[in-house]
Ligand binder design. Structure first.
Ligand SMILES: [Zn+2]
Length: 159
Protein backbone atom coordinates (compact mmCIF):
# COMPACT_ATOMS: atom_id res chain seq x y z
CA UNK A 1 0.00 0.00 0.00
CA UNK A 2 1.08 3.54 -0.65
CA UNK A 3 -0.06 6.75 1.04
CA UNK A 4 1.00 10.38 1.22
CA UNK A 5 1.53 11.11 4.91
CA UNK A 6 0.65 14.35 6.71
CA UNK A 7 4.14 15.72 6.03
CA UNK A 8 3.63 15.21 2.30
CA UNK A 9 5.96 12.21 2.04
CA UNK A 10 4.96 9.29 -0.11
CA UNK A 11 5.29 6.18 2.04
CA UNK A 12 4.91 2.54 1.18
CA UNK A 13 4.05 -0.26 3.57
CA UNK A 14 2.80 -3.84 3.75
CA UNK A 15 1.35 -3.72 7.26
CA UNK A 16 1.58 -0.25 8.75
CA UNK A 17 1.72 -1.64 12.31
CA UNK A 18 4.60 -4.02 11.52
CA UNK A 19 6.43 -1.51 9.37
CA UNK A 20 6.30 1.21 12.04
CA UNK A 21 7.32 -1.27 14.77
CA UNK A 22 10.27 -2.45 12.67
CA UNK A 23 11.31 1.05 11.51
CA UNK A 24 10.64 0.37 7.83
CA UNK A 25 8.13 3.19 7.95
CA UNK A 26 8.85 6.21 10.13
CA UNK A 27 5.92 7.99 11.79
CA UNK A 28 5.63 11.80 11.44
CA UNK A 29 8.23 13.43 13.72
CA UNK A 30 9.57 10.04 14.87
CA UNK A 31 8.66 7.85 17.82
CA UNK A 32 7.18 9.51 20.88
CA UNK A 33 7.80 6.36 22.90
CA UNK A 34 9.29 2.99 22.09
CA UNK A 35 10.31 -0.15 23.93
CA UNK A 36 10.75 -3.76 22.82
CA UNK A 37 6.98 -4.32 22.61
CA UNK A 38 5.14 -1.00 22.35
CA UNK A 39 5.48 2.16 20.27
CA UNK A 40 3.59 5.44 20.44
CA UNK A 41 3.63 7.89 17.54
CA UNK A 42 1.60 10.40 15.56
CA UNK A 43 -0.80 8.94 13.02
CA UNK A 44 0.69 9.21 9.51
CA UNK A 45 -2.65 10.10 7.91
CA UNK A 46 -4.78 11.94 10.45
CA UNK A 47 -3.79 15.57 11.00
CA UNK A 48 -4.90 16.23 14.56
CA UNK A 49 -2.24 17.60 16.95
CA UNK A 50 -1.46 15.12 19.71
CA UNK A 51 -3.36 12.30 17.95
CA UNK A 52 -1.33 9.28 19.06
CA UNK A 53 -1.34 5.69 17.93
CA UNK A 54 -0.24 3.05 20.40
CA UNK A 55 1.10 0.13 18.40
CA UNK A 56 2.75 -3.18 19.26
CA UNK A 57 5.40 -5.29 17.58
CA UNK A 58 3.17 -8.36 17.24
CA UNK A 59 0.95 -8.86 14.21
CA UNK A 60 -2.26 -9.79 16.03
CA UNK A 61 -5.79 -8.35 15.97
CA UNK A 62 -7.08 -8.65 19.48
CA UNK A 63 -6.18 -7.96 23.06
CA UNK A 64 -7.39 -11.55 23.62
CA UNK A 65 -4.32 -12.84 21.83
CA UNK A 66 -1.88 -11.26 24.24
CA UNK A 67 -0.51 -12.43 27.56
CA UNK A 68 -1.51 -10.84 30.84
CA UNK A 69 1.90 -9.23 31.11
CA UNK A 70 1.55 -7.74 27.61
CA UNK A 71 -1.93 -6.43 28.36
CA UNK A 72 -0.61 -4.79 31.52
CA UNK A 73 2.22 -3.20 29.57
CA UNK A 74 -0.25 -1.81 27.03
CA UNK A 75 -2.53 -0.33 29.66
CA UNK A 76 0.44 1.17 31.48
CA UNK A 77 1.79 2.93 28.39
CA UNK A 78 -1.72 3.90 27.32
CA UNK A 79 -2.25 5.49 30.72
CA UNK A 80 1.10 7.28 30.46
CA UNK A 81 0.19 8.59 27.00
CA UNK A 82 -3.12 9.98 28.24
CA UNK A 83 -1.45 11.47 31.33
CA UNK A 84 1.16 13.20 29.20
CA UNK A 85 -1.38 14.61 26.76
CA UNK A 86 -3.07 16.21 29.78
CA UNK A 87 0.12 17.26 31.60
CA UNK A 88 1.50 18.87 28.44
CA UNK A 89 -1.79 20.75 28.10
CA UNK A 90 -2.50 19.34 24.65
CA UNK A 91 -6.01 18.47 25.81
CA UNK A 92 -7.73 17.64 29.08
CA UNK A 93 -9.70 14.77 27.58
CA UNK A 94 -9.15 12.00 25.03
CA UNK A 95 -11.17 9.55 22.96
CA UNK A 96 -9.87 5.97 22.81
CA UNK A 97 -10.57 3.78 19.81
CA UNK A 98 -9.59 0.18 19.12
CA UNK A 99 -11.03 -1.95 16.35
CA UNK A 100 -10.47 -5.67 16.15
CA UNK A 101 -11.23 -5.59 12.44
CA UNK A 102 -7.91 -3.81 11.88
CA UNK A 103 -5.24 -6.30 10.81
CA UNK A 104 -2.70 -5.12 13.35
CA UNK A 105 -3.63 -4.24 16.92
CA UNK A 106 -3.41 -0.55 17.71
CA UNK A 107 -5.20 1.99 19.88
CA UNK A 108 -6.05 5.51 18.81
CA UNK A 109 -5.64 8.16 21.47
CA UNK A 110 -7.45 11.25 20.22
CA UNK A 111 -7.17 14.51 22.18
CA UNK A 112 -10.40 16.48 22.02
CA UNK A 113 -10.50 20.16 21.02
CA UNK A 114 -13.09 22.92 21.12
CA UNK A 115 -13.57 22.69 17.34
CA UNK A 116 -14.88 19.15 17.89
CA UNK A 117 -17.87 20.53 19.84
CA UNK A 118 -20.00 20.56 16.68
CA UNK A 119 -19.42 16.80 16.63
CA UNK A 120 -20.17 16.58 20.37
CA UNK A 121 -16.54 15.44 20.84
CA UNK A 122 -18.11 12.03 20.43
CA UNK A 123 -16.45 8.85 19.25
CA UNK A 124 -19.58 8.13 17.18
CA UNK A 125 -18.61 11.09 14.98
CA UNK A 126 -14.95 10.17 14.57
CA UNK A 127 -15.25 9.95 10.77
CA UNK A 128 -16.66 13.49 10.65
CA UNK A 129 -13.96 14.72 13.05
CA UNK A 130 -11.24 13.22 10.84
CA UNK A 131 -12.83 14.60 7.69
CA UNK A 132 -12.98 18.08 9.26
CA UNK A 133 -9.33 17.82 10.34
CA UNK A 134 -8.27 16.81 6.82
CA UNK A 135 -10.32 19.58 5.17
CA UNK A 136 -8.90 22.24 7.50
CA UNK A 137 -5.32 21.00 7.45
CA UNK A 138 -2.66 23.65 6.87
CA UNK A 139 0.98 24.44 7.72
CA UNK A 140 0.08 25.78 11.17
CA UNK A 141 -1.61 22.50 12.05
CA UNK A 142 1.39 20.62 10.67
CA UNK A 143 3.74 22.64 12.90
CA UNK A 144 1.44 22.04 15.84
CA UNK A 145 1.45 18.27 15.20
CA UNK A 146 5.25 18.19 15.12
CA UNK A 147 5.43 20.37 18.25
CA UNK A 148 3.12 17.96 20.09
CA UNK A 149 5.35 15.04 19.03
CA UNK A 150 8.43 16.84 20.41
CA UNK A 151 6.70 17.84 23.66
CA UNK A 152 5.43 14.29 24.25
CA UNK A 153 8.82 12.75 23.33
CA UNK A 154 10.51 14.97 25.89
CA UNK A 155 7.90 14.20 28.50
CA UNK A 156 8.26 10.42 27.97
CA UNK A 157 12.05 10.71 28.24
CA UNK A 158 11.73 12.48 31.55
CA UNK A 159 9.49 9.80 33.06
ZN1 LIG B 1 1.39 -6.10 11.28
Amino acid sequence: MKIVDILGNEVEFNCMGCDIAEHRMLPPGGYVYEDNFINVSADPEIPIPGFMVLGINKHIKSLNELSKEERYQIIDILNLTITKIKECKISDEVLLIQEERANHFHIWVVPTYDWMKVFNKNVRNIDKIIEYAKTNYNDNVKDNILQCVEILKKSFKES
